[in-house]
Design a protein around this ligand. Structure first.
Ligand SMILES: Cc1cc2nc3c(=O)[nH]c(=O)nc-3n(C[C@H](O)[C@H](O)[C@H](O)COP(=O)(O)OP(=O)(O)OC[C@H]3O[C@@H](n4cnc5c(N)ncnc54)[C@H](O)[C@@H]3O)c2cc1C
Ligand code: SF4
Length: 338
């Protein structure tokens, strides 16, 4: 049994003052990941700081023409939000490709960014894991590594980030707004999650005494030409083997701008800007999309059980780009009106 305190934060500064006093405390939002980690004895917080009463539940317009999403907006509300479905369908599709309806009702926007890897050995406390226990080794490196990384890994950790939502946020170039004892700061999405390097226990660049307040979506929506393609072992309720978020701007049959982010392949959503730039000025074609995929997957290397992901990712990138260019996305959010 884990002995921990519980406190409900009154407001954002109260939440920060609690977390700043105790580095072993954790915020709890939907609890869909943290409670599992506590049950499995992977996380042992001394104190849970309940942030569900904080006023971070709105989706607001920004001056530049984007949207500001409060960190406590539930994943379901975000995916089915009128403005998200219409203006940012890539984000809506990615969220709806993840988890289950019940989980999405509980899960928060901020918590989704901070969910931890689904590497089997991270959850199994009888095995070595540098992320769970730094210096203990990596069970996945020579173990069953089917779900693990092919890009950006290090000898200390080959885990992947499991979120679908984050792959779309990477492609959309969102910004994470955080608050801490030193004030507010904005972190570009590409800099929020980290590669494992020698410190795989640190997933993000959020300081231990900071709270995620909101996620900002820029005005560029990619609402006409987009696709979120998720390849997984089961059709639903499974994490991605490989996923691809694509947003294209196509004018008069020519690609003006491309965004491509991959999930299920690295410790963070994976983008290679050269693979996007190579498409600018080209007409959509399988040849051009294959060239982009080759650039994005340069340096990819797998392990005993996951090398198949390299070819899978190459084909998924090409397919997602074809779907986006044709305006026929893999999946769309459908709002049932009764
Ligand atoms: C069975 C199952 C299947 C799933 N399948 C998928 C899937 O296919 N795709 C997918 O993307 N996700 C999937 N998920 C993960 C799910 O999306 C996450 O568990 C959820 O998004 C986490 O949000 P939460 O609010 O419940 O976080 P919590 O569990 O409350 O918190 C998670 C972490 O975030 C921290 N935290 C929360 N809010 C904040 C904040 N505002 N500021 C700072 N720290 C904060 C907490 O301290 C904790 O460390 C699945 C989960 C389960 C259990
Ligand atoms: S890949 Fe990372 S999370 Fe998985 S066992 Fe190795 S160190 Fe742990």
């Amino acid at each position: 049994m884990i002995d921990f305190d519980y406190v409900k934060a009154r407001d954002v500064s109260d939440a920060i003052s609690h977390i700043a006093r105790d580095s072993a405390a954790r915020f709890i939002a939907g609890g869909t990941n943290l409670i599992d980690l506590m049950k499995e004895n992977v996380a042992r917080p001394t104190r849970l700081i309940d942030i569900t009463g904080l006023p971070l539940t709105e989706i607001e317009e920004t001056k530049p023409g984007g949207l500001l999403i409060g960190a406590l907006v539930p994943n379901s509300d975000l995916a089915y939000g009128e403005r998200i479905m219409k203006r940012y369908p890539l984000l809506s599709s990615a969220i709806l490709a993840g988890a289950s309806a019940q989980l999405r009702n509980m899960a928060s926007t901020g918590g989704n960014l901070l969910q931890r890897t689904r590497c089997l050995y991270f959850y199994d406390t009888t095995t070595p894991c540098n992320k769970r226990k730094p210096g203990s080794g990596c069970g996945a490196l020579h173990g069953f590594n089917r779900m693990n990384a092919i890009l950006g890994w290090s000898e200390t950790c080959i885990a992947v980030h499991p979120s679908d939502m984050c792959v779309a946020l990477a492609a959309l170039e969102a910004t994470v707004h955080v608050t801490g004892p030193k004030g507010d700061r904005a972190i570009p999405f590409a800099d929020f999650h980290r590669l494992p390097g020698h410190t795989p226990d640190i997933d993000t660049n959020l300081a231990s005494d900071e709270i995620i307040a909101a996620i900002e979506l820029p005005p560029e929506e990619f609402s006409r030409n987009y696709s979120y393609l998720k390849i997984r072992d089961r059709l639903s309720y499974a994490f991605a083997l490989v996923s691809v978020a694509v947003g294209l701007k196509v004018e008069a049959g020519v690609i003006k701008q491309a965004r491509i982010a991959l999930g299920g392949v690295a410790h963070k959503p994976w983008r290679v800007l050269d693979g996007e730039k190579v498409l600018a000025g080209q007409q959509p074609s399988r040849k051009a999309f294959s060239e982009a995929a080759d650039i994005i997957l340069q340096g990819a290397a797998g392990f005993a059980h996951n090398s198949f992901k390299i070819e899978l990712a190459r084909r998924a990138i090409v397919r997602a780009l074809e779907q986006a260019a044709a305006g026929t996305p893999q999946s769309q959010s459908v709002k049932v009106i009764v």
